[in-house]
Ligand binder design. Structure first.
Ligand SMILES: [Zn+2]
Length: 358
């Protein structure tokens, strides 16, 4: 699995929060060869099950169950202990049309934490393939969201409405590209990088010590809304979140984060919404050292991930995190290092193969 190619493939799929069907189907296609079972829940989370070594029969991944109201959770998610849940969110930030001007320009709001000042002259695309560019009509140095519009080329409201309706979402529309070294630049490395790492980990695990659920979650960018029901359904004893984290290498960094792209998988200690279980942090560090996987510490004074929700599920879950350092996170052009994605994948796979000592 070539990481840049996988990121390109994932980013070609539409998937802003709440509209994850296309990205979910692509991830399911990539996960299928390595899965014992796959299903979606009512929130649209994709749960890919790999059973503990010794319990693995014939692969049943053809059995891709779409969630139905009142459906029973598949037996694989409930049988056997202990269970380990990985989570990487598959949704992305987006823009949402709120008004169509007489002249065909689209006014819009944001889905998730998007900075209006990052948006001027950014290409976007809608689910139906309609493309446009964002621009400002006020000349403000720091445009607010209401200074901005999307131009899809339509010259009237009537013409625009043939292509786009109020409530339609758009995503940033540039491809992933290689930079110098192992760095890549792309929209949505948060969290296509984490999703790619989780897919790589799924492929790499040979003898899971646990029943593993690799969950690709929905609606993280609007408040981690998919992870909570997913964790409730899977009911894990152990959990590891794989998501992007901010870096400490930008000019004039105030050192409120700790990670540097290229220095390895970032083992999460805390962010603003979670303090990882110390035993999980210690176990991840020990496994990384033993397997000679490059790692660094992830401490962040802001943000949150699906780990926040998993940690607090039911009676509490032993939760840790393996983060990917991403520069300019939440902007339309994020930068990360493919070697960190690979290190994160190796660390998660190794953790899945290690018997819990606590
Ligand atoms: Zn994220």
């Amino acid at each position: 699995m070539q990481i840049l190619d996988t990121i390109k493939e994932l980013n070609a799929c539409f998937g802003p929060s709440g509209c994850e069907e296309e990205i979910r189907n692509k991830i399911a296609e990539l996960a299928k060869p390595f899965a014992d079972e796959m299903y979606t829940d009512v929130m649209g989370n994709l749960i890919v099950v790999k059973k503990a070594a010794g319990k693995r029969g014939a692969a049943k991944a053809d059995n891709f169950n779409e969630a139905k109201a009142g459906a029973e959770m598949p037996a694989a998610a409930k049988a056997g202990t202990p269970r380990l849940m990985f989570a990487a969110h598959m949704d992305s930030l987006g823009l949402i049309v709120t008004y169509i001007e007489e002249n065909g320009l689209l006014r819009f709001g944001v889905v998730g934490l998007v900075e209006p000042t990052d948006l001027k002259a950014i290409p976007v695309r809608f689910a139906n393939g309609t493309v446009g560019t964002v621009y400002s009509d006020t000349g403000a140095d720091k445009p607010g969201i209401d200074d901005l519009f999307i131009d899809i080329g339509a010259s009237s409201r009537k013409e625009a409405e043939k292509l786009v309706q109020k409530g339609d979402m758009a995503v940033f529309d540039t491809p992933a590209r290689a930079l110098a070294g192992d760095l890549i630049v792309s929209p949505y490395l948060d969290n296509r990088a984490g999703a790619a790492a989780q897919l790589l980990a799924l492929a790499a695990v040979k003898k899971p010590a646990y029943d593993c659920c690799f969950v690709f979650t929905t609606q993280e960018e609007v408040g981690r809304r998919g992870a909570k029901p997913a964790a409730f359904g899977v009911d894990p004893q152990y959990a590891v979140v794989c998501d992007a984290t901010r870096t400490d290498d930008q000019p004039k960094s105030r050192h409120q984060g700790t990670t540097i792209p290229g220095k390895g998988a970032a083992i999460k200690v805390m962010d603003k919404s979670v303090i990882c279980h110390p035993e999980m942090v210690a176990a991840l560090k020990a496994i990384a050292d033993e397997k000679k996987i490059a790692w660094q510490t992830d401490v962040l004074q802001e943000g949150g991930t699906d780990g926040t929700e998993m940690r607090k599920t039911a009676g509490g879950v032993w939760t840790g995190g393996v983060s990917i350092p991403v520069r300019y996170v939440h902007s339309p052009q994020e930068v990360c290092c493919t070697a960190d994605i690979e290190a994160a994948a190796r660390l998660m796979a190794a953790f899945a193969e290690t018997k819990p000592g606590f």
